[in-house]
Design a protein around this ligand. Sequence first.
Ligand code: PAF
Length: 282
Amino acid sequence: MHVVRTATELSQVQVMIPGPVHFVPTMGALHAGHASLISTAVKNRDADRDQGSVLVSIFVNKTQFNDKKDFETYPRNEAADLKLCEMAGADIVFIPDDDQMYPDEYLGTEVCVPGISKEWEGRFRPGHFNGVATVVMKLFHLSLPDYAYFGEKDWQQCRVIERMVADLNVPVYLVFCPTVREQDGLAISSRNQLLPADERPKAPMLFARISQCADDIRKGTDPRAAELEAADRLHADGFTSVDYVAAVDGSSLAPIEGAKPGARVLAAASIGGVRLIDNVPI
Ligand code: PAF
């Protein structure tokens, strides 16, 4: 496995491994969810006659953090990340530093995906999706992927990137992979390790409450009533703030008035000072 830290090193290594590039962008603190993205990429690489390479990037992108403390406390563990990449079968790991991605002369040029970026996460994390879209586009340009893999836990992020790729004719095939969960249902996330031990047992209630909400809507409950019920229950479960529980069209992310194919419940709520997000199909 090649570990590269600059754009020049990356292109030098890529020249040595021709064929399709399967790209898994991450912010490190890799876990079973990332391992499943990398394994899917490896499977696709190996199924292809032309083979090619699986490239993982690790970059904690400060421009997508609207909260400085969140950026500073974001877990980082390069040695463990490299081990996971190696075990999962990655060929190249690209670990640029801030100067590589945002050199002094960077003027702040941004990719903004309007509409779909505005609600839900966008409302509670202003500027977040501009940061995500911009860094993903930069990483696409640096790594020239044929395929790029994203986890469905960040449902809105998937839709924003999908829109960006379509609107700007980016020649990459996007692969969205299902959320990986702990046995108790908690969606696996790098932030889970920040949960205080006494709050951790309550965290899976986020998944439980939005699953119940989806179930109720499927059975005919009005979506707004089901959302309120789920939020009330989360507060009672010990979540300190519930930013949103939203029953939406899975593509446009607009609120729905009743169950329909492709609809989802999205939610964000905090417990023990850690903000968690999750989503389920209706
Ligand atoms: O999902 C993430 O880890 C990040 O938002 C991404 C896509 C790597 C961009 O920094």
